[in-house]
Design a binder for this molecule. Sequence first.
Ligand SMILES: [Zn+2]
Length: 270
Amino acid sequence: MLIDIHSHLDHCYFNDDLDKVIENAKKANVKVILTAGINPEKNRESLEIAKKYDIVKACLGIYPIQKTYNENDSIKIKNNNKINEQKNKNNLRNINIDEEIKFIEKNKKNIIAIGEVGLDYFWVKDNINEQKELFEKMIQLAEKLNKPIIIHSRKAEEDAISMLQSSKFKKIIMHCFTGKKSLVKKIIDNGWFLTAPTSIVRSTQFQENVKLAPITQLFCETDAPYLTPFKDKRNEPAFVVEAYKKVAEIKNMELKEVVNNIWMNWQKVF
Ligand SMILES: [Zn+2]
């Protein structure tokens, strides 16, 4: 009864073999996969994927920065040319945030969470106010729809936490959190959730997070195709068990016990 709380099945790395990837996940006992949209195009793709595969649930959102969209799409871009890159950038600038929020609201019944949303000052520092404005709208949307919210925060952890705190909304999952220890403690004290991504097999930061967080406040994720547990191999939801195993090792628990606890967390939040 494994859950992959965060992935990007719409990524072009899965274009050729998504059927197989879902089969692999089912064989690996994965019962639920959350796939997260990051922009209007990806949100629609996420809905389609969730409609097609029973174990996949869609999360919709608008990612904090436009540069990272380009990063996600860089594989496509590399295979094409400069014109495409420019076109891509133009498209991203034209995102109509309020229209997209309406679209997400309309699809309330077809989604399980709001995500991937948040703040990112690592890639872009010159639009902080714009990012905060967008993030505030995403928090309000999650509250309004009463859907859990899956947060990306990079070099912006403090701001992200203080904005979330002032919302009083509790169904918060901090995905791949790399902030300092005092902030990890804040997340735990607030009763929010942290994730153990599959890269925890080598990341001491994520191992530390798991040490600090009680099992009642943890989920596991792949962030597939990123954060692979196996070197030189594309990540996929079937590999989420590697994160579960590491959590079991750190917590000195049976794997079964970890699986059951996280399943209970899932039932509590979703
Ligand atoms: Zn992600």
